[in-house]
Design a protein around this ligand. Structure first.
Ligand code: BES
Ligand code: ZN
Length: 444
């Protein structure tokens, strides 16, 4: 059984289902087909639904009245594998060593969603049935903001009606430490471009005559933060809810401390908003991040040039009760106001997703925590996460249900980075966790 499960995982990981890369669209579609066939093979009714972007895969068992309906959400798309030269093995040729599988998507989210799928398969094989009415919703656009999933939810509101949603796309605070996540940060994305001269110029002939777009972009980006690490956009913190003392106390007791985070990041020191602990900063405080910078000569050696333009990709992590669209408007106004002289600014809006917070002590939260305890032993840690899963808030607003976040990523799984990996022990734990979860939710 274990070998078959691992083979399934390897097959799933071999698809380069990079949602952001148009060149991968065919492989993304093939991956959806593979998943759909795998779900059908378990005896579920499964379909791939085309969207204006990548397809969503939906599967269900035979629903019976009187039973709880559980929707399990995940994604089969992955982040780009770049920079390729930093991988020890090719990102779409999964490699197993010391019980750890390395491949793009191993943790985020193929390993975790497949554990749910195989957990369902095992339960159905063992008992011929599931204790709940089940819906799988596995999309192909999570890593690019889930733009087409919200319309899909609206269009299929009735058939997706459920009592609770479960998602394994978050992390554990450490190996074998069961972890229940009750909050996610939201996100807003932007791209900015500053343009100067109509062509690249010789920096000797014209240096001093015109503004250099790369310099001016750096100047503009520097206005986003104060020296103390706060975001300097007017009104940015409007609506930000303070972290409760109970949360501060709980997080202060976690094994995920500053020394460990320093080691995990490999940064020379930790840095962020003054007056907050590191865990508060990543889980419950908003940030502004530069994700990419372009401008000027990037090749070997020097080139004496004034680039005609320079650009940056930005994202803002948001917390309750910030409103993504309002924050993005404030950021746009800030950037426009602070554009340095001699260049023209162009802003392109990107995806947004609202933050999410739920009650870990709700009856369903308690059921999830019991399932985690049964699977790993020990009281689950209660945390928030700094990452975003944009559709989770839409589940609440459109379907009216809460989402239980029971992810199995470890802090060193290198999610989104080269050499992403997932321990097989977590993969097998995920298969067991799925079964415990459905049992607990059926009763709770
Ligand atoms: N699995 C992550 C979200 C995540 C990461 C949650 C770490 C908790 C801890 C998800 O696949 C992801 O990366 N989401 C993107 C969303 C964005 C592209 C809209 C993110 O957070 O950057
Ligand atoms: Zn991700």
């Amino acid at each position: 059984m274990d070998a078959a499960a691992v083979n399934d995982l390897l097959a799933f990981l071999r698809f380069p289902s990079v949602s952001t890369d148009p060149a991968c669209a065919g492989k993304v579609a093939e991956c959806a087909q593979w998943l759909c066939a795998r779900l059908k093979a378990l005896g579920l009714e499964a379909e791939t639904h085309p969207t204006p972007g990548h397809p969503a895969v939906v599967a269900r068992n035979r629903h019976e009245t009187g039973r709880k309906t559980v929707l399990i959400y995940g994604h089969y798309d992955v982040q780009p594998p770049d920079p390729l030269e930093l991988w020890t093995h090719p990102p779409f040729e999964p490699h197993i060593e010391n019980g750890i599988v390395t491949a793009r998507g191993a943790t985020d989210n193929k390993g975790q969603i497949l554990a749910h799928v195989l957990g369902v398969g095992e339960a159905m094989k063992r008992t011929g049935e599931l204790p709940v009415n089940l819906i799988f919703l596995i999309e192909g656009e999570e890593e690019i903001g889930s733009a087409h999933l919200e319309p899909f939810l609206l269009a299929h509101r009735d058939s997706l009606r459920c009592d609770i949603i479960a998602v394994s796309d978050t992390g554990m605070v450490g190996r074998n430490i069961p972890t229940f996540t009750y909050g996610l940060r939201g996100i807003g994305a932007l791209e900015i471009k500053v343009t100067g001269p109509s062509t690249d110029l010789h920096s000797g002939i014209y240096g001093g005559a015109v503004a250099n777009p790369a310099t001016m972009l750096a100047r503009l980006l520097a206005t986003l933060h104060t020296a103390e690490g706060r975001v300097a956009v007017e009104g940015f913190y409007d609506g930000v809810q303070p972290v409760s003392q109970a949360e501060k106390d709980r997080w202060g007791r976690l094994p995920l401390n500053d020394a460990l985070i320093l080691q995990l990041t490999g940064a020379p020191q930790l840095f962020g908003e003054a007056g907050c602990t590191t865990l508060e900063r990543v889980w419950a405080r908003p940030t502004a991040e530069v994700n990419g910078l372009k401008g000027g000569y990037q090749g070997e050696g020097t080139k004496t040039v004034i680039p005609k333009e320079a650009s940056a990709k930005l994202t803002f992590r948001l917390v309750p009760d910030q409103k993504p669209d309002e924050v993005i408007d404030k950021v746009k106004a800030h950037l426009t106001q602070h554009t340095p002289p001699g260049v023209v600014l162009e802003i392109t809006g990107g995806h947004t997703g609202a933050p999410y917070l739920c009650d870990p002590d709700s009856p369903q939260g308690m059921a999830a925590r019991r399932a985690l305890q049964r699977t790993f032993g020990g009281e689950p840690a209660l945390i928030r996460e700094g990452g975003s899963i944009p559709i989770v808030n839409s589940f609440k607003t459109i379907l009216g249900v809460d989402t239980l976040l029971l992810g199995l990523a470890l802090p060193d799984c290198r999610v989104h980075a080269p050499n992403e990996n997932f321990p097989l022990e977590n993969f097998f734990a995920g298969i067991r966790l799925n079964q415990a979860l459905l049992e607990e939710l059926a009763q709770g």
